[in-house]
Design a protein around this ligand. Structure first.
Ligand SMILES: NC(=O)c1ccc[n+]([C@@H]2O[C@H](COP(=O)([O-])OP(=O)(O)OC[C@H]3O[C@@H](n4cnc5c(N)ncnc54)[C@H](OP(=O)(O)O)[C@@H]3O)[C@@H](O)[C@H]2O)c1
Length: 233
């Protein structure tokens, strides 16, 4: 299968790329930073030499680049089977005191990027009458918390996008899954100094997404909610 993953250079995106490659799937991956992306590509290609992997950097917060990424995937003449909208950015803050422009930045990266990539790939998936879109939302899409601010707003919006898409795609045989992870240990958390054992592992999320992608065409996992064993941070 052809698996398209955004934000694949680190964290959850990297773990999901590795999981799908390890199970024989071809990869089309992107992230913003070219150096980081190519380093991961090289690492994965060495580990899984029989898998076709393509990588190109795009800033998905920019509408034209998000569309260009999806068109770059399509230009290989492949049918995308799985799309994982994972790229995202996190800045803590509160509505009343976060810097001006943070909401725009969060929405552009966490919502518009996924929206434009999906819209550009969908016609091909609808034609083939199969496919699976995963949107990596967050616990912050479900539950308000102090210091959630613009990030939480953008993730609520992504969950709304996911719910709408799920309804729209039913007649086309395309599944839509919203993934709601709690705290998983990635670069986003490394600077906090909190014990990594308090977090889930990136592989936990990758394992659940992979499992949800393996069901019969008749079954759709609509939501995946995962939290650290000790609960939210
Ligand atoms: N880790 C958690 O605890 C947690 C919990 C809930 C939800 N999430 C969500 O899970 C997703 C992945 O999180 P993570 O912790 O793995 O994050 P991360 O380690 O910070 O990695 C973020 C990834 O997104 C890419 N990215 C960011 N902005 C981009 C842009 N404008 N264009 C293209 N790519 C961009 C980054 O690319 P570069 O490396 O090139 O910058 C990187 O590959 C995010 O959507 C996040 O909100 C994470």
């Amino acid at each position: 299968m052809n698996v398209v993953i955004t934000g694949a250079s680190r964290g959850l995106g990297k773990a999901m790329s590795e999981k799908f490659a390890a199970n024989g799937n071809d990869l089309f991956i992107t992230s913003k930073n070219e150096m980081r992306l190519y380093k991961i590509l090289e690492e994965l290609q060495t580990k899984f030499p029989n898998i076709t992997m393509r990588a190109k950097a795009f800033d998905l917060a920019k509408k034209d680049e998000a569309i260009a990424f999806a068109n770059w995937v399509l230009h290989f003449g492949v049918s995308p089977d799985i799309l994982i909208n994972n790229a995202g950015t996190f800045l803590p803050g509160s509505v009343y005191n976060e810097e001006a422009g943070v909401l725009e930045k969060m929405i552009e990266t966490n919502l518009y990027g996924a929206y434009h990539v999906t819209r550009t790939l969908l016609p091909q998936m609808m034609k083939q009458k199969s496919g699976h879109v995963f949107n990596v939302c967050s616990i912050a899409s479900l539950k308000a918390y102090a210091n959630g601010g613009a990030y939480s707003i953008s993730k609520f919006a992504l969950a709304g996008f996911s719910k709408n898409l799920r309804e729209e795609m039913k007649p086309y045989g395309i599944k839509v899954t919203a993934v709601f992870p709690g705290a998983a240990y990635t670069d986003s958390w490394a600077e906090t100094g909190i014990d990594p054992k308090r977090f889930m592992e990136a592989n936990d999320i990758a394992d659940m997404v992979f499992a949800a992608s393996r069901l019969s065409p008749q079954a759709c996992v609509e939501d995946i909610i995962l939290r650290p064993q000790l609960g939210d941070l």
